[in-house]
Design a protein around this ligand. Sequence first.
Ligand SMILES: NC(=O)c1ccc[n+]([C@@H]2O[C@H](COP(=O)([O-])OP(=O)(O)OC[C@H]3O[C@@H](n4cnc5c(N)ncnc54)[C@H](O)[C@@H]3O)[C@@H](O)[C@H]2O)c1
Length: 345
Amino acid sequence: MTQSVNPDAGRSLRVGVIGVGVMGSNHARVFAGLPGAELVGIADPDQRQGDFVARTLGCKAVGDVKDLLDLKVDAVTVAAPTHLHRDIALACIERGVHVMVEKPIASSVEEGREIIAAARRAGVTLMVGHVERFNPAVEAIKEALRNEDILSIAITRVGPFPPRMSNVGVVIDLAVHDIDLIRWFTDSEIVEVQPQLSSAVAEREDIALLQFRTASGVLAHINTNWLTPFKARNVTVATRGKYIMADLLTRQVTECFGFQPDGSYSMRHLSVGHAEPLRSELLGFLRAVRAGTPPPVTGEEGVASLEIATHCLSVRPWAAPKGETKGETKGETKSERQAPRVVAG
Ligand SMILES: NC(=O)c1ccc[n+]([C@@H]2O[C@H](COP(=O)([O-])OP(=O)(O)OC[C@H]3O[C@@H](n4cnc5c(N)ncnc54)[C@H](O)[C@@H]3O)[C@@H](O)[C@H]2O)c1
């Protein structure tokens, strides 16, 4: 990313939020309380919702992006529905405004790349809202993994069907968080994808069991669905020297270590911070804007995670031919039959 150093580094940054539904109203709330930031306004075509958020936080409400940009904002969050991210982000970037775009970065990898290219040309900061990285429990896992040889990661992210209608399935909406975590924990790219998807109740996939292999050889697994009556977010990581277990909701992180030949081992709870993840995320964004340095989650990282999620949806489904599941398929050797046919690059 080529960026010029901000000559106004000392003054408060004028910020705005585009789309103040569930996620955007939280961005607006957090921005309103951040040191060094002034929440100037929010944009939302839903006038009732826009007025409510603006009145609560003491900023201006406008109906569209152009009117918000006319308020001379330095930086915005884009938290409108995902299919609008590209057009809204491009409009902001064109006016030289720094952009934090909610995850997933866009509806498609191509659109995500367009946003990255535009931000690079304009020399503005582009960050993607993978807020889970800022969950103190996730930060504690990352810290516990320092200098560890990771072997496998298993993540469960389940809950009830979201009350509002969504035009994406569970992979793009939920699994993309964990794809980002797997890439971040391992500092490695995912090179193989083996998905199992099903649409049990919803129009799009609402159950996904996803298996991955990273370039560094880590095996990872995501279990996600919208069929569980309660929310659960659990992570386990096995390394050569440790076994880490985390509940991302209660923020309890425990590690087993000191494995002995007789099967005994030690256990300890790790110290986990209390910061609000969204606050840490937005502080990181504004810090990057001020310093002209790469943000904590770059556009490229957002696209990389979206690309893997997209592979999960696009790989050719495969099932053993009926009646031949016990023996070998005619004309196929055993090793051919067992080879994963749904490997994504
Ligand atoms: N990081 C996370 O954990 C997380 C969680 C939830 C949602 N999200 C992401 O945030 C985005 C918004 O999701 P949500 O759940 O808040 O949706 P939502 O439906 O609750 O809110 C979207 C808001 O955008 C407004 N909007 C629609 N068209 C607009 C336009 N042209 N300009 C400005 N505003 C417009 C809507 O009126 C609505 O108020 C999505 O991209 C979603 O994937 C991220």
